[in-house]
Design a binder for this molecule. Structure first.
Ligand code: SAH
Length: 396
């Protein structure tokens, strides 16, 4: 018999809509002796069955739901099927010349807290919740079966993991240790530098694949400013697209070193780019004061809004960089601006950019919208999994 979590009256609504999270506030009765990582049955206040999920007593998200079918067994075959379905969904993206793909995108693939990224013959797993932690062995077995020739590396070291009371775990699980830098083909044209062992997240930002391609289409003859460049992905595409010059700005020395190597690896012209280890806020101010202009400015900052409590402060940060970014765009140029904060709704982000344009004294129009690429699948009932949005703004 599975332990049972009973919800407070009225709290079954989100579960009936298949939202995968049960917050602590929604729970009426819980037995404190249930060990973390246990499969639990979630019942409505009237004791009717709602879902099966995995219990995490330290997290605000007490239960992450895995199934709405009481007959399901959360076992190796269950996990194998979910991972197979997820991998199948990525086949078209791989066929279009992508050797770096997110195979499993957490809630988007009904495996909350599990990320699996494939970089050539390396699978990198990142586990951020008890839900995925308790299924770890099944996950590894499923990946070995599906990709017998791949090595598996773990990068379970996110902040959200600590909130669940889990310790960081990184290292080789199967096969060989990755080199310090590897290159994955992106959209058949560019080799993106990936640092599995010491880079951010699993080593690279695959979610920006289509937006980097957008930069490629906007770069012919352009003076490009690539802010928060990381390993220089946008800059590589801009060079490939014929940019006159590219400035990559980031605070991370290691990321900039990889960015430089990436230019050489792709047979692009290092003479046309600069790598600046600087704080973006300060650099934008400095360039604005100098009256510099660029034809394409890219702003891809880290997550400013970590929680609802600091959303207001995050908005000020977004407004600040967008005001400065817009004032640096030459007439007829473009700003590519992003927010990867799940808490920042697209309409709020647009409003912030509108205010930023007013403050910068420029006339600006949205000519297209951007989003996380298709392998970063969004769970339909869980809008929180749609986190990365962007705007292409024309300045006149
Ligand atoms: N655009 C990148 C991903 C950006 S991730 C890509 O396509 O791959 C965000 C980056 O911002 C990180 O590399 C981080 O080192 C950098 N960063 C964070 N705060 C910064 C700051 N204040 N100034 C400059 N870089 C910063």
């Amino acid at each position: 018999m599975l332990p049972t979590i009973t919800l407070a009256p009225g709290r079954e609504k989100s579960v009936l809509r298949r939202h995968p999270w049960i917050f602590s506030k929604a729970v009426a009765k819980e037995d404190n002796s249930i060990p973390p990582g246990s499969v639990v049955k979630v019942n409505a206040a009237d004791c009717s069955f709602l879902a099966l999920g995995i219990y995490s007593p330290k997290s605000q998200i007490r239960v992450r739901l895995l199934s709405f079918n009481e007959q399901d067994n959360i076992d190796a075959a269950f996990v194998q099927q979910r991972i197979e379905n997820a991998c199948e969904l990525r086949q078209r993206l791989i066929a279009r010349g992508n050797d770096g793909v997110r195979l499993v995108a957490s809630e988007g693939d009904y495996l909350p807290g599990l990320i699996v990224d494939k970089y050539n013959e390396f699978l990198v797993i990142a586990i951020s919740s008890w839900a995925a932690e308790s299924l770890r062995e099944h996950i590894i077995q499923a990946l070995k079966k599906l990709y017998p020739d791949c090595s598996i590396y773990e990068r379970s070291d996110s902040k959200s993991r600590l909130k669940e009371g889990l310790k960081a775990r990184c290292g080789v699980i199967a096969g060989k240790e990755p080199d310090d830098i590897i290159y994955v083909k992106e959209n058949g044209l560019i080799y993106l530098p990936i640092d599995i062992k010491n880079g951010h997240k699993t080593g690279g930002y695959l979610d920006q694949r289509q937006s980097r391609y957008k930069a490629y289409t906007l770069s012919k003859g352009a003076r490009v400013l690539n802010c928060f460049s990381y390993t220089g992905g946008f800059g590589l595409w801009a060079l490939k697209g014929g940019a006159a010059r590219v400035e990559n700005v980031d605070v991370s020395e290691l990321a900039l070193t990889h960015a430089k190597d990436g230019v050489v690896f792709n047979h692009l012209d290092p003479g046309r780019c600069r790598f600046l280890k600087k704080d973006v806020f300060a650099y934008l101010r400095q360039q604005t004061a100098k009256g510099e202009k660029y034809d394409l400015v890219i702003l891809d900052p880290p997550k400013f809004a970590e929680s609802a409590a600091n959303l207001k402060q995050a908005c000020r940060g977004y407004q600040d960089i967008n005001r400065l970014g817009l004032s640096l765009v030459a007439k007829g140029g473009r700003l590519l601006t992003f927010s990867c904060s799940g808490l920042m709704e697209p309409t709020l982000f647009q409003k912030i950019c509108a205010d930023a344009a007013l403050d910068a004294g420029v006339e600006a129009q949205v000519i297209s919208t951007l989003r996380q690429d298709e392998d970063h699948v969004v769970s339909l009932p869980c809008p929180e999994s749609f986190y990365l949005k962007g705007l292409v703004i024309a300045v006149r």
